[in-house]
Design a protein around this ligand. Structure first.
Ligand SMILES: CC(C)(COP(=O)(O)OP(=O)(O)OC[C@H]1O[C@@H](n2cnc3c(N)ncnc32)[C@H](O)[C@@H]1OP(=O)(O)O)[C@@H](O)C(=O)NCCC(=O)NCCS
Length: 347
């Protein structure tokens, strides 16, 4: 019998909401000394609400050292991660004792013993649960995480949990006039999303995954560990580079299964920023309605790095009645420059 890896449950946990306009008025307008460019970027970010464990309106972490940020990361990521995993397990009807593999993805905090060990302990996963930590890959990391976990489900019949947790609010940087910092501060947000995969559930099968990395443009997106937290480097040309690759990489993924772009029922596209969604919509020949779930994810959650594509996937599946055999494609982007895509099929 050929096994499949099925998504049996997805859940997201977020910290307190922050209003985008209030963040500008109450903190970032001063942080950027009233910069007209920053205000414009803020207004066109496509974000209305986002979430943060450190709300700049009440707590300015921009001068904190990295050690303090990492300690805070563990304190805040634990309850969020726990809520997301417990929620996904409950939706899947799976108990923590049944988990055979627990993978944690994050690029915004590190500790040892890590979240994989501490959460497995607190949630009551078995003492022999296998664990995997995926660190510092960035916004697309949910897809290689999902794909690796799915392979273990297929190969060994394990029940697996993937947790993506990012606390970007702990990495607000000191005041600067660099536009790329304004873009990062206007878009990024916090969230934890967990996915439960089992060999025998009803739901979406993880069918196949594709990666493409354009190393000629690796300097266009960076995430540097500094003495004052982690600092984003982001070129304004990122959407243009993604534009070059997104259609062909998606067609290559679909062609392996005898499918074309028209065979895809629903799309979950990492909303890195409004221009990322515009470029993907136009290059893939999609309607605005095809990217609505992704755009609404940006509006309601901001860019939460790795969990974001899973939030968009959950949202589009909620909105789209999927029949057996329908296909969904999830796409995410990040440093490298990397495009990652995964093909899912409704069982
Ligand atoms: C940032 C963004 C919301 C701004 O949108 P906008 O205001 O509607 O229009 P533009 O894209 O023309 O950008 C406005 C200005 O910001 C600058 N800008 C945009 N992105 C920038 C970046 N990453 N770094 C520095 N400047 C940037 C533009 O050059 C432009 O400046 P100019 O008017 O002096 O030429 C939009 O460009 C976007 O979505 N970018 C993608 C963000 C991204 O790469 N996310 C991560 C990918 S996974």
């Amino acid at each position: 019998m050929v096994r499949t890896a099925r998504i049996a449950g997805v859940a997201t946990a977020v910290p307190a909401p922050m209003d985008q306009r209030a963040l500008w008025d109450g903190f970032f307008s001063k942080h950027y000394a009233g910069s007209r460019l920053a205000e414009r970027i803020w207004a066109s970010s496509g974000v209305v609400t986002r979430h943060g464990v450190a709300d700049p309106l009440t707590e300015d972490v921009s001068e904190w050292g990295t050690g303090a940020r990492m300690r805070r990361y563990v304190t805040e990521a634990m309850p969020l991660g726990k809520d997301a995993v417990a929620g996904a397990l409950a939706k899947a009807g799976v108990s923590a004792e049944e988990v055979g593999l627990f993978a944690v993805v994050s690029c915004t905090g590190y500790a040892t013993p890590g979240l994989d060990i501490l959460l497995a302990r607190d949630l009551g996963m078995p003492a022999d649960v296998q664990r995997l930590m995926v660190g510092h890959m960035g916004c697309y990391a949910a897809i290689p995480g999902l794909s690796t976990v799915a392979d273990a489900v297929v190969a060994r019949g394990l029940t697996a949990v993937l947790l993506c947790v990012e606390l970007t609010s702990l990495h607000v940087q000191p005041a600067t006039d660099e536009a790329q910092q304004m873009v990062a501060h206007a878009l990024f947000s916090d969230a934890a999303t967990a996915v439960v995969l089992t060999p025998d559930a009803s739901g979406l099968d993880v069918v196949d995954t594709i990666a493409r990395t354009d190393v000629a443009h690796q300097s266009y997106m960076t995430w540097d560990v500094t003495d004052l937290g982690f600092r984003m480097g982001l070129s304004p040309q990122v959407p243009d580079i993604l534009q070059r690759h997104v259609r062909s990489v998606t067609e290559d993924l679909l062609a392996r299964h005898g499918l074309g772009l028209d065979d895809v029922t629903a799309w979950a596209i990492h909303p890195g920023g409004p221009r990322i969604l515009d470029v993907c919509r136009d290059e893939l020949g999609l309607a605005e309605s095809d990217v609505a779930a992704s755009r609404d994810t940006l509006r309601d959650y901001g860019n939460c790095s790795s969990p974001t594509v899973l939030i968009a996937l959950d949202e589009v599946c909620r909105r789209t009645p999927l029949a057996s055999g329908d296909h969904v494609v999830a796409l995410a982007f990040g440093p490298g420059l990397t495009l990652y895509g995964t093909l899912l099929r409704q069982a």
